[in-house]
Design a protein around this ligand. Structure first.
Ligand code: NAG
Ligand code: NAG
Ligand code: NAG
Length: 470
């Protein structure tokens, strides 16, 4: 009798011990989560109220690498909505400086960095929205091992982004089971499919990796395949009257975009094309260009001059100097403090919208990510490409060549989609992939056409078809 009692007590004790472990762990993460909650962000409008968090996730303990995020819970019913990760490109540009602060974030930086304004077309109407500054060296993300910065490439960025994701979901376990999507633009045309592939592969190995409920990705004006993208670049410059017939013929004669390294002759010809873009905004060819010096050495002295110029420059609600304003705002000490961007009590260098060092050091590892598309389309993931049709940098023409090259069976023909009784853009559906354009938008679609961009992301997340009737 007695040994049995001891046995029973031991078992009971053991069981209660096991039971106590799990809540304990969750509590620890819950605490981490709460300490990342953002209160009193300088300049944040009082209403509507937003639930948001920001801070660091360690991705390598050995080297001391940590990536910075800013997370906005969905404005309504966050527990029922998907989780959406947003990545900007560069390489070297910040998803907080672009995505959060001027594109689809709910708090956009006001002119001259004077606080924030609520964006009624924010994507966290539809999803729980996560902005990540990636790779290390970008924005507030950092490494304590400077040699890491000589190793940046697509593989490195994808590995760290994956570790980020796994560890972020540990800090926010309530989102572990949510449908998860990845989105991004420009050079994130590499980041997004590459991270998607990593998640897809590791999801097969449940012994060694946590399962992520990954459903698909969407990319905007994405760098996808160097050959098609550069071919499209040259054609766009010619067809939009940026360069002459002669220059276009020269490019076609001397450039072979299938080569990794361009010849000197091709470099010279392409420089003529680039130079024609110097005086306009290549990312939005019909918009005015920012006439401020867009460097990180922005000072208060230029303020007075700016307010005068600023009024003149405003053009149909679009201010081309947005990235300068973001630098103004995110370098304020009180902003950095309230966003938990201090490392060991201080800021890790000046915050920049785009980091040139990272951009130059970064090794663009692959020529094309189309093989990843083929693989993930076969796996049944939801995949969309969209393209602002006034972007000269990664133009819609190149993306169309990329999509054609996939050789997918057609599901519905090229046709207009509508918003507010107007053509929002065009779209075409293939088995496994949808491509949509946004009419009159540049490289940063959600900045130029916020309402249309919200329709687009909503339609993508719902797995529906874009509206084909007025
Ligand atoms: C990097 O170094 C700083 C200063 O020593 C320290 O506070 C921080 O925790 C380190 N970061 C990581 C990710 O280990
Ligand atoms: C391309 O150029 C780089 C730098 O000039 C050189 O190191 C590399 O070998 C070249 N690659 C090819 C394929 O020619
Ligand atoms: C860039 O990546 C390619 C492919 O991994 C590699 O062969 C090359 O040596 C790398 N270049 C640099 C400068 O690191």
């Amino acid at each position: 009798m007695r040994p049995f009692c001891i046995f029973l007590i031991t078992i009971l004790f053991f069981l209660s011990f096991i039971k106590s472990i799990k809540p304990l762990q969750e509590e620890v993460h819950q605490n981490d989560q709460e300490s990342d909650r953002v209160f009193n962000l300088p300049g944040q409008p009082r209403s509507p109220s937003l639930s948001h968090f920001s801070g660091y996730i360690t991705v390598s303990r050995e080297n001391g690498r940590a990536l910075f995020y800013w997370f906005f819970e969905a404005q309504t019913e966050p527990s029922k909505r998907p989780l959406l990760l947003w990545l900007n490109g560069g390489p070297g540009c910040s998803s907080i400086g672009y995505g959060a602060a001027v594109e689809m974030g709910p708090l956009r930086v006001k002119r001259y960095g004077r606080g924030l304004e609520f964006n009624k077309y924010a994507w966290n109407k539809e999803a729980n929205l996560l902005f990540l500054e990636s790779p290390v060296g970008v924005g507030f993300s950092y490494t304590n091992t400077s040699s890491d910065l000589t190793k940046l490439d697509d593989g490195f960025a994808a590995e760290d982004a994956y570790s980020f994701l796994v560890n972020w979901l540990r800090r926010f376990p309530q989102y572990q089971a949510h449908d998860f999507y990845i989105a991004g633009e420009s050079y994130a045309g590499h980041y997004v499919p590459q991270l998607a592939e990593l998640v897809f592969e590791r999801n097969k190995d449940r012994k060694n990796y946590p399962y992520i409920n990954f459903k698909g990705f969407i990319v905007g004006n994405p760098e996808t395949d160097d050959y098609y993208d550069w071919k499209g670049f040259a054609e766009y410059a010619w067809s939009h009257t940026v360069v002459s017939d002669q220059v276009y013929r020269l490019v076609n004669r001397v450039c072979d975009f299938k080569l990794l390294n361009w010849t000197n002759k091709c470099n010279n010809a392409m420089n003529i094309v680039f130079n024609q873009y110097n005086d306009i905004d290549i990312y939005n060819i019909y918009a005015p260009k920012c006439s401020l010096a867009q460097t990180s050495s922005f000072t208060y002295e230029t303020h007075a001059k700016m307010s005068f110029l600023g009024r003149r420059r405003m053009y149909s609600g679009y201010d081309p100097c947005f990235s300068t304003y973001a630098e103004e705002y995110f370098n304020k000490p009180d902003v950095q403090k309230s966003l938990h961007a201090l490392v060991g009590g201080k800021v890790n260098g000046k915050w920049q919208v785009c980091n040139n060092f990272v951009s130059n050091a970064y090794n663009v590892t692959v020529f094309s990510v189309l093989p990843i598309y083929s693989k993930l389309i076969k796996a049944g993931l939801r995949i969309w490409i969209y393209s602002g049709d006034t972007d000269g940098r990664v133009p819609a023409i190149g993306s169309r060549y990329c999509v054609e090259a996939l050789g997918l069976p057609l599901k519905s023909h090229w046709q207009p989609w509508y918003h507010n009784k107007q053509v929002g853009g065009r779209f075409v559906e293939y088995q496994g992939l949808t491509m949509a354009t946004v009419r009159g938008a540049g490289h940063l679609v959600p900045l130029n056409k916020p309402a249309e961009a919200l329709v687009l992301i909503n339609t993508f997340l719902m797995g529906q078809q874009l509206p084909t009737h007025k």
